[in-house]
Design a binder for this molecule. Structure first.
Ligand SMILES: Cc1ncc(C[n+]2csc(CCOP(=O)(O)OP(=O)(O)O)c2C)c(N)n1
Ligand SMILES: [Mg+2]
Length: 341
């Protein structure tokens, strides 16, 4: 079964990227590893919480998306605008979202960022410059485009970054956002998380293009395809796009390849996914791939890795305990912070 891990570039030839490859940074890499491991640990815990009936609805996990969520977020400044989707917990955590708030959101608790109004994954925190994902996909693309426009209009050097799945690229908002961002040369980075499926629809029924990165050519922006299992590759590709955007060079499209290792959400057994395809991708766990790299670089020992994994597991266990005791949203609070209905 073909698993694409090659990095390819689509260039319009109109702009040149900076090709600087940053030297490995120990502190940065260890923080990225911690966040990827926490992403996994919180989702593992929440999967079991779903099975125990502790969540209000289903649970959407981002297994094998950890390198994409963390590698992209790590390339930004905290003041940059982030528009994550349902697979991007690591981006939230990188910015400082507390695992307890994430759990509270799926439980309708008053301590959730939405005050318990949503009950699933449409949570963000404007104080962390994370926009609440709109439910209709990929509406966070035009939202990020608007954020990028605001930076440019105010003469600020901020960058906006939004995520979208392979299936979502077929919706009209994908085209509108990329087109206007390119025309106005906005500092916007569009990430396509190609995880081979959109719900039960396989990639071959979503797009006839060889890949999504080449679509960038048609919009007049650089496109790059990266191995979404390799956090360093994702971080470096995003850093190049950030440099370009911040220096006035306009938007970029990055396709990061991975696999959706669970069902669309936990209620979906995903028995439509061929066993061999799943098994092929299972060989490359992004958390373990990065752990091996850290050991090769002598940034961490096997003991250090095990300690991080134990620590994040305990963090997730403690967050669950705390959130179970949190109060539910109060009906009296229903209309607070509601601007229109
Ligand atoms: C406009 C719209 N249609 C349908 C849905 C329901 N829905 C949410 S995620 C999803 C699958 C999206 O697939 P993809 O874009 O590949 O992202 P993935 O879930 O694989 O990360 C669907 C159908 C939605 N939220 N918005
Ligand atoms: Mg998908």
């Amino acid at each position: 079964m073909a698993v694409t891990n090659k990095t390819t570039k689509a260039s319009t030839g109109t702009r040149r990227r900076r090709s600087a490859t940053p030297a490995p940074d120990r502190d940065l890499y260890l923080r990225m590893f911690h966040t990827m491991a926490l992403h996994r640990a919180v989702e593992d815990r929440m999967t079991s919480m779903y099975r125990q009936g502790e969540l209000l609805g289903s649970f959407y996990s981002g297994n094998w998306h950890e390198a994409i969520a963390v590698g992209t977020a790590a390339a930004l400044r905290d003041s940059d605008f982030l528009a994550p989707l349902h697979r991007d917990l690591g981006a939230h955590l990188w910015r400082g979202m507390d695992p307890r708030e994430v759990m509270a959101s799926f439980m309708g608790k008053a301590t959730a960022p939405t005050g318990g109004r949503d009950g699933t994954l449409h949570y963000g925190r404007l104080d962390l410059n994370i926009y609440n994902p709109p439910s209709h996909i990929p509406d966070n693309y035009p939202v990020a485009t608007g954020g990028a426009f605001a930076f440019k209009y105010r003469g600020e050097d901020g960058v906006a970054l939004a995520y979208c799945g392979d299936g979502s690229t077929g919706a009209g908002d994908f085209h509108e956002a990329l087109n206007i961002a390119a025309v106005l040369e906005l500092p916007c980075i569009f990430i396509v998380e190609n995880n081979q499926y959109s719900y039960s629809t396989p990639l071959r029924l979503t797009s006839r293009s060889k890949d999504f990165a080449t679509k960038a050519i048609a919009y007049g922006m650089p496109g790059e395809k990266v191995d979404g299992i390799d956090v360093v590759a994702v971080y470096e590709a995003t850093s190049r796009a950030v440099d370009l955007a911040r220096s006035g060079g306009g938007p970029s499209l990055i396709e990061a390849t991975t696999m959706r290792m669970h069902g669309h959400a936990e209620h979906d057994p995903a028995d439509y996914v061929p066993t061999e395809l799943h098994a092929e991708w299972a060989k490359r766990d992004p958390v373990d791939v990065f752990a091996a790299r850290l050991q090769e670089l002598e940034f961490a020992t096997a003991d250090d890795i095990a300690k991080v994994k134990a620590e994040v597991r305990q963090l997730a266990i403690d967050a669950r305990k705390q959130v179970l005791a949190d109060p539910m949203a109060e009906p009296d609070d229903l209309e607070a912070r509601v601007y229109a209905n």
